[in-house]
Structures are given as C-alpha cells and as structure tokens.
Design a protein around this ligand. Structure first.
Ligand code: DQA
Length: 144
C-alpha cells in the first residue's frame, strides 16, 4: 500500500471562513475528512498535515524522506514565494503533486508563479476538494 503525505500550507486552516466565494463553505476539517475518505477508497495510506509556518512545512517535507512514496502539497501563498519549500522537495526527491483548490492561472498575475511547480511532476488546480483525490489517484497508480 502506497504511503502519501498531504501537506496543506498557510491559511488553508481558514477554509469555510476565508473568501467562501472562492474557496467554498466547507471547513478544513471537512477537507481532511474528504482526503481520508478518498485515500481509503483508493487503497492509499495517508497522513494529512497543515501549518501556517514556512519552516514547519519544510520540516514536514524533510521528515517524509524514507517514509512516504508520494507527497501532495497545497502550500497556499508560499507556492508563489518559497524557494525553501522548493529546495526541500528537491532534497527529498519524492514524487509530488501540486494541488490548488482554485484555478490559480485564472486569478492575479502573481499566482502564476509556482516554485512548488518547478519540482512537482503534476499540477491540479481549480478542482476544489476533488483535486486532492485526483492527486492521490495519480500517485497511487504511478510506477515505483
Ligand atoms: C491556493 C491558491 C493560492 O494562490 C492561495 O494563496 C491559497 C490557496 C488554492 O488552493 O487555490 O492560499 O493554494
């Protein structure tokens, strides 16, 4: 059974409250539940983590080394700024999918830059919660 670490970054704990017209009315707890249910359906072992701190996100990635077969990451706004997260992903070299709830390419110009995307093998954006399930399915079916 593949083991996947799902990492959610800054402000994702505010789901349900934050800009519901963009991110929806469901809470972060509901997202966590959805990810766990999806993983069970796909036969994937999952661990879901969230932090608002860039360094904690780097710690999550570093600790995944040798422990996980895949990473799903929605780094929130750090996606567009964090060379540290990119370097951590490169350091552990685990197959990675970048996920965004919204279609980042259809929003402000600054959201089109993605440091995470310079490493991730796949990007899923604009699919809401479903994007996490698609990311898990991609990693579950990937060779090696
Ligand atoms: C996001 C998109 C980012 O641009 C934004 O900063 C977020 C959430 C998304 O899931 O759509 O915090 O990653």
């Amino acid at each position: 059974m593949k083991k996947v670490l799902v990492i959610n970054g800054v402000n994702l704990n505010m789901l349900g409250t934050r800009e519901p017209e963009l991110y929806g009315e469901l809470s972060y707890a509901a997202l966590k539940k959805f990810i766990k249910r999806s993983a069970a359906e796909l036969g994937v072992k999952v661990c879901v983590k969230q932090s608002n701190c860039e360094g904690r996100l780097v710690d999550f990635i570093q600790k995944a080394y040798g422990r996980y077969d895949g990473v799903v990451i929605n780094a929130g706004a750090y996606t567009h700024t964090s060379i540290a997260i990119l370097d951590a992903l490169k350091a552990v070299n685990i197959p990675t999918v970048e996920v965004h709830l919204t279609d980042v390419d259809a929003r402000e110009e600054f959201r089109r830059t993605s440091y995470v995307g310079l490493f991730a093998q796949k990007r899923i954006a604009g699919r809401g919660f479903e994007g996490y399930k698609e990311a898990l399915a991609y990693l579950a079916h990937r060779e090696s």
